[in-house]
Design a protein around this ligand. Sequence first.
Ligand code: AMP
Ligand code: ZN
Length: 468
Amino acid sequence: MKLYNTMSKRKEEFVPLEEGKVKMYVCGPTVYNYIHIGNARPMIVFDTVRRYFEYKGYDVNYVSNFTDVDDKIIKKANEEGVSADEISKRYIAECKKDMQGMNVKPATKSPLATEEIGGMVELVQALVEKGFAYEKNGTVYYRTRKFAEYGKLSHKNLDDLRSGNRSLLVSGADEKEDALDFVLWKPKKEGEPAWESPWGEGRPGWHIECSEMSKKYLGEQIDIHAGGEDLIFPHHENEIAQSEAANGKEFSKYWMHNAFLNIDNKKMSKSLGNFFTVREISEKYDLQVLRFFMLSAHYRSPLNFSAELMDAAKNGLERIVTAAQNLRFLKETAKAGRMSGEETEAFAKTRGFVDMFEKAMEDDFNTADAVAAVFELVKYANTTANGESSREYVQKLYELLARLTDVLGIIVEQKEEILDAEIEGLIAKRQAARKERDFARADEIRAELLEKGIVLEDTREGVKWKKA
Ligand code: AMP
Ligand code: ZN
């Protein structure tokens, strides 16, 4: 399997640190608003990378954080007159709903920066002790020049960077030793959230958060570190400087970055105001369409958002889902029984589509070509499965289609309809549990029903239910 490593600027063969395992960290969003569809791109892309590794039998430890302490969160909290915590909790919950709609698997762990401050303080301390950091008036800075390999990810030269920052040095307004030094810890300002530290009350800089959370949940060395391409510099460059100086080891073997989602060929961003939130899009389209649209391009190519492309994605997705529906229908009506010799041969030919799919994914996750392979399979299923087919043949085609689309995170399986009798049965069981004062079990049954879209209402006349 080959993937493009931003560090070496070429496609490299993937060799895991530990056989059969992938340790992967994806920088998550700063939660001060609904996520926009640009933020959705890394979520969908790297979830698909994860799914492909899992399809190949790897055990993937996937960590993706929420940055829940930040100037923008504090600003929003002040505007609304609520706490920063309330803002971040609200938008984490909303973000998780959007992710579910886009069928992004929950991370193995999604740490919150504010719950990991102790570890960050220790990491900054270690850097101070090793001479890679220094404190001035309650602020701790990273001594960039001391890290000889600084710039290796973004392929920037220290001297070029320095001349770009000369104005700062000349003005002398900065207390830093060098214009390139960046903040690891900043002192508290009035009305801002703050934590205790050896340098006084304050809060961590953004870059140290990821170095710490990655180390805590994945260890000092990981396989893949990922995010949008705007994170290469300075965020990931600084993470490398921090982690490698503190741990004395290569931080991540592979660095993956997605290109931007653009609108009118300009980067979609909150600051430019030219964005759509995932929530807005969900009012017009099923979020599966958004996912399918994102996967129609290679993740390292810029992608321009437009209604035409979304409609094309909608049509394409419909073709796949309709084929799956047909197969399900045929399965019900087909002759019970095994495949004929002819069908066995016909099914063997589907190996070609699987090979095409895998070849595309193994070439730096070329999802556009992988989608083309799925369309080939759909065409083949539409032309070879019919009312005369055996149940086994139809079943096998369906399973194959569901397996490949699942790697892309596209759902073709029908949600199981719950029957009224089943609902009544569960309600009776819940009543029995309550009678025995086993309220935990009763609550479990209520939750189970809710998951199936059934809401219970306890009334004087007994339990009533309705579809949510
Ligand atoms: P942020 O909340 O700004 O830190 O962004 C969260 C993630 O979304 C990061 O990986 C960014 O690189 C990524 N991102 C932000 N805007 C876009 C965009 N327009 N296209 C693709 N990725 C983006
Ligand atoms: Zn990060």
